[in-house]
Write a protein that binds this ligand. Sequence first.
Ligand code: OGA
Ligand code: MN
Length: 200
Amino acid sequence: MDTILNNIHEYGYAVIEDALPEGVIERLLTDCLENQPDFKAAGIGRRQDSQLNEQIRKDKTLWLTGASTAQADFMALTDELRLEVNRNFFLGLFDYECHYATYEVGDFYKKHLDAFKGKSNRVFTTVCYLNTPDAGGELLIYAQDSDEVIARVAPKAGSLVVFESERFPHEVLVAGSARYSIAGWFRMNNSIVGTIDPPS
Ligand code: OGA
Ligand code: MN
């Protein structure tokens, strides 16, 4: 927990290996695999143009509801993180939303931001990896307003990445084998922002 908080404080992002207990990761992966039939092509913002969409991202997603023990355990852990982040940074993060994401061979997610200043109440993005793909699927984190790659993360089961949603453009490189993860967002209850979050 201290590593996460220190790195967020110093750099605005954190990459932590073995962040979650192995048993939890195994159960989440099983849950994720069992639910594959319900996964849907992911959307981007409000653009429902599926052709345009496919040029930007090719993953399939399913929102977690807490319905299974694995999901409930994960949400209990992220809630601990939410409270610690609030306590340390004097923030009022009030909510966490997350979805499973499946990248099949050849799938990718081009460089993007998860939130735009004043347009979203997403404050921190989290990505938790459920398996270790044999090849590809690296997460690239870019410096703010730049093409400079500041972190290159090879997905590994149990690793957790946290970063400021408005600050870091990022990208998922083409997956060379199936890649399973949970992407999530800690949100601020920002009533000034009249816009509804795009259904990721
Ligand atoms: C996302 C995302 C990164 C990853 O789902 O918005 O950027 O490494 N995911 O899966
Ligand atoms: Mn993203």
